[in-house]
Design a binder for this molecule. Structure first.
Ligand SMILES: [Zn+2]
Length: 163
């Protein structure tokens, strides 16, 4: 993994966790969009994308609990805390799923551009090397190079074996 990839993942988690704080208010769709964007930014394998989504959700959740809520001076009762906790646990799953989709979408876009490039290169190869190189058969008797479609040596008349 290169430094560029690691930085991209860190940026994806940062963006994902900030989005999470806001979009957590929208059930299912909010976390799904959060994960989708984080996964798209990270541009990694779907399996890694899943963790990027989940970690984004957890960091966003921790921010709410340890930084935002104490400053808001909320007086939440035990029951509301449980709902909040379960709400977020479900949300982590959806940020993960969203990030899988996001990373798949970004790598699919990459895949198509790669495919395009290899097609172009194939055409360039044909242009550079020509359609086919002529094959010669060397005569076992005199060493004369004969075109492969000749049955007999053009110099000494020895029958030429093929293949
Ligand atoms: Zn010959």
């Amino acid at each position: 993994m290169s430094i560029k990839e690691i930085l991209r993942i860190l940026f994806a988690v940062l963006a994902g966790s900030l989005l999470y704080i806001v979009l957590i208010l929208i059930p299912i769709i909010g976390p799904l969009i959060t994960g989708l964007i984080a996964g798209w930014i990270a541009k990694s394998k779907p399996r890694i994308g899943f963790f990027i989504g989940v970690i984004s959700g957890i960091i966003g959740f921790l921010f709410l609990i340890f930084i935002a809520f104490p400053t808001w001076n909320l007086n939440l009762n035990f029951f509301v805390w449980w709902i909040f906790l379960i709400w977020n646990l479900i949300a982590f799953l959806f940020t993960g799923v969203g990030a899988i989709l996001g990373s798949m979408m970004s790598t699919t876009a990459d895949f198509f551009s790669k495919f395009d490039r290899s097609e172009r290169r194939k055409k360039e190869d044909i242009y550079v090397y020509g359609p086919e190189t002529p094959i010669f058969v060397v005569c076992p008797n005199c060493g004369m190079s004969n075109p492969e479609d000749k049955g007999y040596c053009s110099s000494c008349g020895t029958p030429l074996r093929r293949g």
